[in-house]
Design a protein around this ligand. Sequence first.
Ligand code: ZN
Length: 297
Amino acid sequence: MPTKTILGTNAIILMFGSVGLAQRDFSGVTIKTTHVAGNIYMLEGSGGNIGVSAGEDGILIVDDQFAPLADKIRAALAEINKGDLQFVLNTHWHGDHVGGNVEFGREASIIAHTNVRTRLSTVQKLFDRTVEPQPKHGLPVITFDDALSIHFNGEEIHLLHFPHGHTDGDCIVFFKKSNVIHMGDHHFAGMYPFVDLDHGGDVVGMARNVKAVIDKAPPDVKIIPGHGPLSTLDDLKNYHRMLTDTTAFVRKRMDEGKTVEQIKAEGLPSEWDAWGKGFIKPGKWIDTIYKSLTEPK
Ligand SMILES: [Zn+2]
């Protein structure tokens, strides 16, 4: 993602909310297509990475970035496969993953966890900003609570809900034959993640969910993260170690009676310095862990 969008709170709002899109210029964004494995591709533009299944049944996408990018995304999909877009899966409700729903919902069926539809149907607050509900055609038409399978392009595409990780409505998508996993925002590759504590997210829950994926993933699986580059199982294991390591670090100091300001002054172990160069800086990550460990569940 461009460095310019990752610097401040304002930029974070632009990343995740629909507020401010009118002022945001998407004209310079290009969509980069990467073949991942089997039927699966990854599209990078602005916002969450898009997973694509393309084959004889047509096209299915996982997340859809921002509405102003819809034509560019359509053009990138047409380069892969001339078939029709049949399904759009939403990994969670954040605007940088579902912003294109208003466009693609007119031509395809949107599928998501029940809580995603609930949040997209009602006014939400994110970073003290108001996120307006989606119009009817931008809402998921098929919802599920625990798991759902789509049999498409010669394989089972399995959506599994993981509770209280990044939000309270995340699913992770397993392309079983192609051996690809789309993690949604349970995985920020090589950077501290955003955990949406105000909408059911939980730092410990995120680590638990990531571990559950690691335990069931084949060793040669390809991982599409919500943000960051295409990853391997080793990358995901390292990310999990960062989550548990930094959480244990903060917890230990909390147990010693340190305030969040004291923990921030000390800083996280230098091993993780490179992870603080994304849009969640080290101080914000410490705040998130501290708050997540403090707040009653
Ligand atoms: Zn998100």
